[in-house]
Write a protein that binds this ligand. Structure first.
Ligand code: CP
Ligand code: NVA
Length: 326
């Protein structure tokens, strides 16, 4: 059994396989998830991840059950009269072992990545990360499907401009593993730790990709074929709004910055976007913008990922008659 909490939970071959399987299932609409039940539990809001994945599971003949985090993640639901020393409804261990008897996977978005690790400790079924504070690996799958649709096999330079956070980390990790030159640019106060940069460098030695830190957005734009953005203030960080707005001044993706990129360059964003903050309307609505294609691909890659983890039990198979570029 395989979980998918972060990009590194899949090998390079498995990532390529999931992308290929997604294309295949996107075309054939076969009932790959027939008789499959997936528990969805979201501690934070979601549009693309929740709806896109539910549609994918439905299209493949599976079913989704939504549970409130208060009833699942050791929620602080009180008994009619609290029992001293027992402020949780039940232990996470009991909850997860119960769910493991009925469902085939748990798909969950959590504030703290440690919650996912705790689930994995007990779970008898795959745990799939729908975003945590540290990682957003499903987003990266959709992003590289989008990039391959646009640029084929060419390993074009991709730079994330903004906050060193979940989306950026998964994007950079997957890019390096797939052999892309990855860049990052953002204010030092919200950049990567030394340990994280070392991790990107270690990945780069192992795979054919690379990692470069740009000290200003101008240089990043001159050297990148894809400019990628995310919100400056992530879910759960609302209290840091004022200081982050100040720190990220100068890192907005606007027409002036995009004009420095090559003619064939693209703009990407995981969404939700804050128009006028990290990106201007002109850029997100321009013909360089791939944001809706990325969103569509969130649905398609869910098909490959869930089929691989649930039905194929995380083992590579041969797929006939398919290409990853359609
Ligand atoms: N990109 C993304 O994960 O979007 P949602 O928060 O709407 O799921
Ligand atoms: N970094 C953002 C991504 C949203 C999809 C957040 O965590 O809120």
């Amino acid at each position: 059994m395989k979980h998918f909490l972060e990009v590194g939970d899949l090998t390079k071959s498995e990532i390529e396989y999931v992308l290929q399987l997604s294309s295949y299932l996107g075309e054939t609409h076969e009932d790959a998830l027939h008789q499959t039940n997936v528990l969805f539990c979201f501690e934070k809001p979601s549009l693309r991840t929740k709806v896109g994945t539910e549609v994918a599971i439905n299209q493949l003949g599976g079913r989704v059950i939504h549970i409130d985090p208060m009833a699942f993640l050791g929620g602080k639901i009180m008994h009619a009269k609290p029992i001293p020393g027992h402020d949780e409804r039940e232990s996470l261990k009991d909850t997860v072992l119960n769910v493991s008897k009925w469902c085939d996977a748990i798909f969950t978005r959590v504030f703290s990545h440690s919650t996912l690790l705790a689930l994995c400790k007990y779970s008898e079924i795959p745990i799939i990360n729908a975003l945590s504070d540290l990682h957003h690996p499903m987003q990266a799958l959709a992003d590289f499907r989008t990039i391959q649709q646009e640029y084929g096999v060419e390993k074009i330079p991709i730079t994330f401009i903004g906050d060193a956070n979940n989306v950026a980390k998964s994007l950079i990790e997957m890019g390096i593993m797939l052999g892309y030159p990855m860049g990052f640019c953002g204010p030092n106060a919200y950049g990567w730790s030394k340990e994280q940069v070392n991790h990107f460098k270690t990945l780069s030695y192992k795979y054919q990709g690379s990692f470069q830190y740009y000290d200003n957005a101008h240089n990043a734009a001159l050297n990148s074929m894809v400019i990628y953005a995310d919100t400056f203030v992530s879910m759960g960080e609302e209290g840091q709004y004022d200081e982050k707005m100040e720190a990220f001044n100068g890192f907005q993706i606007n027409s002036r910055l995009m004009s420095l990129t090559p003619d064939e360059a693209s703009f990407m964003h995981c969404l939700p976007a804050h128009r006028g903050v990290e990106v201007t309307n002109e850029v997100i609505d321009s013909n360089k913008s791939l944001v809706y294609q990325q969103a569509e691909n969130r649905m398609i890659v869910s098909k490959g990922l869930f089929t691989f983890l649930i039905k194929e039990k995380g083992t590579l198979k041969t797929i006939e008659k398919t290409t990853i570029y359609n």
